[in-house]
Each structure stands twice: as C-alpha cells, then as structure tokens.
Design a protein around this ligand. Structure first.
Ligand code: SF4
Length: 197
C-alpha cells in the first residue's frame, strides 16, 4: 500500500528510526481503524519483493540499527517468508505489527502482537510475541488485555495504548491502571503528536 521512513511512534521501539512497509489487505474490521484504505488489497498495486527491498535500501542509511516494520492492514494475510528473508539479507531487523488473526509466517527480530476484539488472534502466535500492545477503547479492555497477558511468554513486554479518538477519556484510566498493575507500560502514538506518518 505504501512505505515510508519515519520514527516508530508506539510501543517498545518508540522513538527509533524505522522504515515502514504497509501491506494492503485486512479482514479484522476494527470500527476505529485509522487505515481503512488498507482493507481491500486489490485496490493497491502489487510490487515485487526486490522493488520493496530496493526502495527500503534507498531510503535508509547504512547502520547497525536498520529496522523494517511490516504493518498493514493485517500483514499476516500474506506469506511473509520471502520478504523477511530478503530484508534480513540486506541487514534490516524485521519487525511486525499484527493482530495475529492469520497464521504466523516470516522470520522476525520483533513481533508486536496487537490483538483485536473484532477477530481474535490465533493461539499459535501468543508464545512468539515480544510485545503485547492492547488498544484501550473502554474499561472492559483491561480484563481483555489481562486475558492475553496470561498467554504470552514471561519476557513479553506489556503495553496499553489509548485509542486515539478516546484518548481524553481513557488515558487517565490507563494511568491509574498501570499504577495498580506496574507490569504494564503506557504506549502513546507519538507520531501523531509530532506530526509524522
Ligand atoms: S487490524 Fe489494524 S488495519 Fe485491520 S481493521 Fe484493525 S486497526 Fe485496521
């Protein structure tokens, strides 16, 4: 759908330079989705993996911290084996942002699982998540977040992130919750505050 070099705005790697590759296609259907244009994969042009990787190489300076983040849409609607292999061959660390609603494919340096109520993650991805990031839309989402925290591995980082349009109401609830449950951390979408994609 698009690719761009920016800062990661969310979660554990917040603030790091990262090259985003947004793949078309999503069947999860979150009512508050901010990239609904991504849902229909057919309206976006197909590109070869070589073209995607070459564009990434042209955008990102050579360094030890080259990060490529595959996002969507729901990127796991595609088999990501060949894309992640090609990126890693060019020394990119491969990160994914996924709802986990489709089978895991690809080789990953970082898996951010962001489960969605609209289509639950498949159980197979839970032990592989490096980061669990739950978008909080209302109070009931805390219990829902805890149900996944019980299923990930003990080293998985736990994040609660206010849904953007509800942030005034839910951010204070999240702050209180984290003070009571300090295993969780706050994730803010800082890219939206600083005006970058
Ligand atoms: S999983 Fe992501 S892309 Fe798909 S509907 Fe939900 S927020 Fe939008």
């Amino acid at each position: 759908m698009e690719s761009f070099y920016t800062l990661q705005g969310e979660g554990f790697h917040q603030g790091k330079a990262a090259y985003f590759i947004r793949l078309g296609g999503c069947d999860v259907g979150c009512v508050w989705c901010d990239v609904k244009d991504s849902w229909d994969a057919n309206i976006h042009p197909q590109k070869t993996i070589d073209a995607i990787v070459n564009e990434a190489l042209q955008s990102v300076p050579e360094s030890k911290e080259k990060i490529a983040i595959i996002t969507g849409g729901e990127p796991l609607m595609h088999d990501l084996t060949a894309l992640t292999t090609a990126l890693q061959k060019k020394n990119f660390q491969t990160h994914i942002e996924t709802s986990g609603a489709h089978p895991l494919s690809g080789t990953w340096d970082w898996i951010c699982l962001s489960p969605k109520k609209f289509k639950a993650p498949l159980p197979g991805i839970l032990p592989h998540a490096n980061e669990l990031k739950v978008v909080v839309f209302n109070k009931s989402d805390f219990d829902w977040a805890e149900s996944f925290a019980l299923q990930v591995n003990p080293s998985c980082k736990l994040y609660l992130q206010p849904e953007w349009d509800k942030k005034e109401q839910v951010t204070p609830l999240i702050i209180d919750y984290i003070k009571q449950h300090p295993q969780w951390r706050l994730s803010l979408q800082i890219h939206k505050y600083i005006g970058v994609p």
